[in-house]
Design a protein around this ligand. Structure first.
Ligand SMILES: Cc1cc2nc3c(=O)[nH]c(=O)nc-3n(C[C@H](O)[C@H](O)[C@H](O)COP(=O)(O)OP(=O)(O)OC[C@H]3O[C@@H](n4cnc5c(N)ncnc54)[C@H](O)[C@@H]3O)c2cc1C
Length: 426
């Protein structure tokens, strides 16, 4: 058995691919002591998809654990397994008074995989959706961390005492076999206001969006697309307003007035695919995703389209975005698709996606070189990546290494993108 080897990365020697279908089977695999690389669906495109960092790992594909174990729309949580996709969770909430925070990736991606990677949904970071984890540790014990149904009447992400949930995000300290995720109240209305502006106005437009965010005219969820990502003749900002209809209407009117004093001009209305993602609607056709991959469906992405992603975190300011725009131009022969996600009042990330025909060796070489140049140039400005790929992993800090060694002294879990060296290496 094998897994897809995405063209953008060094091919890995995979010893075996195991596909358990129950927690008991996961425990048995962990107890066998082989060097394991777990993933949920393996759709981490641009960062290595399902590949481990080193050769010789056994890939543990958890997509067969795909039950929604519980759904409580009154208290606002779901208990799900790694194979539950965001499309499946959205489907199970159809017509109910709650929605889930969807990402703009494929409906076939895993809710747990994305949350463990600290991915971003359209309403907030997936880390904020996560309130509890069920984890199989290296010694084969099954532990529950964070909040679980039955412990208190409402989900409380940090529980009592040291909060352990995020020991297991961007980590290789265990295999996650289930999670509790929070559900958002279904808003009465969801409206996405599109604004456009010219490249020369980038800094002023970003400063206007920051001011609107700082003054709470808009939530810290705006997405900004460069013309390549927007597939439009100009930059595009999507500002989402949601809640009671009167509030959405009043804020829209305030924003239209505020835009008149800025370079932001109201753009073409968003269509049902974009709006549906914000509204938490399932889209079995993956419409928005396929549009952004220029027609390539999720199941053919790695085979047909090579992809490298660079995700630096950057201050939320016009001056900083003017710098990053120039760095991208200087480092890349062809302008890549860039999406800027607002994280909070002070911070945005960039998702810089270098896409190329998977079997064009020259294009692969050029994309890797451009990524290398961007990493150096962005690091020099203090703008490091917040998600790493398999060919450019990070090292654990001293304390992370000590915790890793205590939890997994025999190295049952293969080194990860966030701790490429063995914990004992230091
Ligand atoms: C067009 C496009 C749009 C995208 N939009 C977004 C977006 O809006 N937001 C976003 O965040 N990303 C986005 N992505 C990137 C990516 O597709 C998603 O982050 C996706 O959710 C990751 O794949 P996955 O869910 O299958 O996770 P996986 O690949 O299964 O998991 C990711 C990593 O988490 C760890 N892991 C996963 N499951 C387990 C487990 N059970 N136990 C222990 N460790 C585990 C592993 O290290 C694994 O490599 C986009 C990609 C594309 C191409």
């Amino acid at each position: 058995m094998s897994i897809e080897q995405p063209a953008a990365f060094r091919p890995r020697v995979i010893t075996d691919v195991l596909r358990p279908s129950s927690v008991g089977e996961v425990v048995d695999v962990v107890r066998s002591g082989r060097s394991l690389h777990p993933f949920s669906k393996g759709h981490n495109w641009g960062l290595g998809s399902g590949l481990p960092v080193h050769d010789g790992a056994v890939v543990l594909d958890l997509s067969g654990l795909d039950r929604v174990r519980a759904l409580d729309v009154d208290r606002g949580y779901a208990v799900i397994e790694p194979g539950v996709t965001q499309g499946a969770l959205a489907e199970s909430l159809r017509g109910k008074p709650r929605i889930f925070n969807l990402t703009t990736s494929s409906m076939h991606t895993s809710v747990i995989g994305n949350a463990l990677e600290r991915g971003f949904g359209v309403h907030r970071s997936r880390t904020e959706d996560l309130v509890g984890l069920e984890v199989v540790l290296a010694d084969g014990t099954v532990e529950h961390v964070g909040w679980w149904p039955g412990t208190s009447a409402t989900p409380r992400p940090h529980g009592l005492g040291p909060s352990l949930t995020h020991l297991f995000t961007q980590s290789a300290f265990g295999v996650v076999t289930a999670a509790v995720v929070r559900l958002l109240p279904r808003p009465e209305e969801v409206r996405v206001l599109p604004f456009t502006f010219a490249g020369d106005d980038l800094a002023d437009a970003v400063d206007a969006l920051r001011e609107w965010t700082a003054q709470r005219l808009i939530p810290p969820t705006t997405k900004l697309y460069n013309p390549v990502a927007a597939q439009f003749d100009g930059y595009l900002a999507h500002v989402c307003l949601s809640g009671a209809g009167e509030v959405v209407e009043a804020l829209s009117s305030v924003l239209r007035g505020a835009a008149a004093d800025s370079p932001l001009v109201e753009g073409p209305a968003v269509d049902a695919a974009v709006l549906g993602t914000y509204a938490g609607d399932p889209d079995p056709a993956d419409t928005w995703f396929v549009r952004r991959t220029r027609g390539c469906p999720a199941d053919r992405l790695d085979a047909e389209v090579g992809m490298l992603m660079f995700l630096p975190v950057v201050p939320f300011s016009g001056a900083a975005l003017a710098v990053t725009e120039k760095l991208i131009r200087d480092c890349c022969a062809t302008t890549p698709a860039v999406t800027v996600n607002v994280h909070d009042f002070d911070t945005v990330d960039h998702v810089i996606a270098l896409a190329f025909p998977a079997h064009d060796a020259g294009a692969v070489t050029e994309a890797r070189a451009a990524l290398g140049r961007m990493r150096e140039a962005f690091a020099a400005q203090g703008f490091p990546a917040h998600r790493l790929d398999v060919d450019r992993p990070g090292e654990p800090t001293g304390l992370q290494a000590r915790i890793g060694l205590a939890l997994d002294p025999d190295g049952v879990f293969a080194p990860s993108r966030y701790s490429a060296g063995r914990y004992s290496a230091g």
